[in-house]
Design a protein around this ligand. Structure first.
Ligand SMILES: Cc1cc2nc3c(=O)[nH]c(=O)nc-3n(C[C@H](O)[C@H](O)[C@H](O)COP(=O)(O)OP(=O)(O)OC[C@H]3O[C@@H](n4cnc5c(N)ncnc54)[C@H](O)[C@@H]3O)c2cc1C
Length: 343
């Protein structure tokens, strides 16, 4: 695996969303890049909802995450242009709605946090139940008011991964389908470890905790209502639910189990049942959709909720710990990694 080019070489271990976007940024910056990837079975990005959530992701105490998410979300349009496929974007706004008074209080607290800060306050607007239903007329009559978050959209994770893979091939990046068991196995000038939950096995000093999550995919059919146009983020009897539009249906997510095993990727019956029940509570017309898939993945989480993007030694960098926000934070991660590589 020795690479002897005149350009500086970079080996990226892990070909999830983080590995791919960093590899492409480096290739665009002139690096000779090789990606080593163990395959889709352990890739969280394959099951992600694809929300570009920032305002809905930063809660009191998570100001730094909100700032980073907002910075990254602003970089996404440039990346979509780079990939040349606008259909990767499936929504541009999010609608936050509640079903009970307590759920409404929870959302109000989130809105107050956003309005009290510098980030995105002008993008969040309170809506009555009638205004919310005027935007998404398939919302159930149980839905109370909520908030519109402009610019907080979603992307199709499968189209994104394919688009990044095609762009890598076009940029001359070599893809190796193999598991790497030690950083010393790759002999590039620089090595980026972006292996999600596989990172601690390669870099034991980088702790990453697993948080299992399930999602469902529902597919529209000729008799069903159209998918929502916005991302619907609902609080249903104390549980969080999201409905993320796809061209042909909707992704329903997501559960979160902590502590979790880093190897458990089997969707549980109870999680699937809760997601379906909550989805029908918020949008009853989804009952007529075809059930396409139930899937589970393991989010690689850091202790403080912020991604770990840093230099480990003269030759090794790491980018991991993106938790529930790896798709949102991918562009800002690529920028930080390029900075660490020195451009
Ligand atoms: C149910 C669910 C819903 C989610 N929804 C969203 C969402 O709406 N928005 C959002 O922003 N984020 C979401 N996420 C989080 C997001 O999926 C993750 O943060 C993101 O995928 C992390 O990217 P990654 O590239 O670090 O890891 P991964 O996507 O897990 O990719 C890691 C890659 O490394 C490879 N690998 C591992 N070990 C090795 C090794 N030793 N050698 C070679 N290759 C190796 C794997 O094969 C894999 O391809 C969700 C996650 C889950 C589980």
């Amino acid at each position: 695996m020795t690479q002897t080019q005149s350009r500086p070489s970079l080996a990226v271990i892990g070909g999830g969303v983080i590995g791919r976007i960093c590899a492409l940024a480096a290739a665009d910056a002139g690096w000779d890049v090789h990606v080593y990837d163990a395959g889709p079975a352990i890739r969280a990005a394959n099951v992600a909802g694809g929300m570009l959530g920032s305002l809905g992701e930063g809660h009191p105490g998570e100001e730094a995450l909100l700032t980073l998410s907002a910075e990254s979300t602003a970089l996404w349009p440039g990346w979509i242009q780079r990939l040349g496929d606008p259909s990767i974007v499936t929504a541009t706004d999010s609608l936050f709605v509640a079903t009970t008074a307590a759920d409404g209080d929870y959302l109000s607290q989130l809105a107050r946090f956003v309005w009290s800060g510098q980030i995105g306050a002008d993008r969040l607007t309170a809506l009555t139940a009638r205004e919310a239903r005027a935007r998404e007329n398939a919302l159930s009559s149980r839905v109370r008011g909520g908030y519109l978050a402009r610019g907080e959209g979603a992307i199709d994770n499968h189209l994104l991964l394919r688009g990044l893979r095609n762009a890598l091939a076009d940029a001359g990046v070599q893809w190796h389908r193999m598991q790497i068991d030690a950083v010393s196995e790759v002999s590039a000038d620089q090595v980026l470890v972006a292996a999600g939950m596989g990172t601690p096995a390669l870099l034991p000093d980088v702790p990453v905790e697993p948080a299992k999550g399930e999602i469902l995919r529902l597919a529209g059919n000729p008799t069903s209502i159209p998918p929502p146009r916005t991302v619907i983020r609902a609080r249903v009897d104390g549980r969080n639910l999201y409905l993320v539009p796809r061209a042909d249906g909707v992704v329903v997510g997501a559960t979160q189990y902590e502590p979790a095993s880093s190897h458990d990727r089997a969707p549980q019956a109870g999680g699937v049942a809760d997601l379906l029940a909550d989805a029908f509570e918020v949008m009853p017309g989804l009952r007529t959709y075809d059930f396409a898939e139930a899937a589970a993945g393991v989010r690689p989480c850091s202790a403080d909720g912020l991604p770990v993007i840093e230099r480990v030694d003269d030759r090794t960098l790491v980018a991991t710990g993106h938790g529930r926000n790896g798709i949102v934070l991918a562009p800002v991660t690529a920028s930080r990694v390029l900075d660490l590589l020195g451009g």
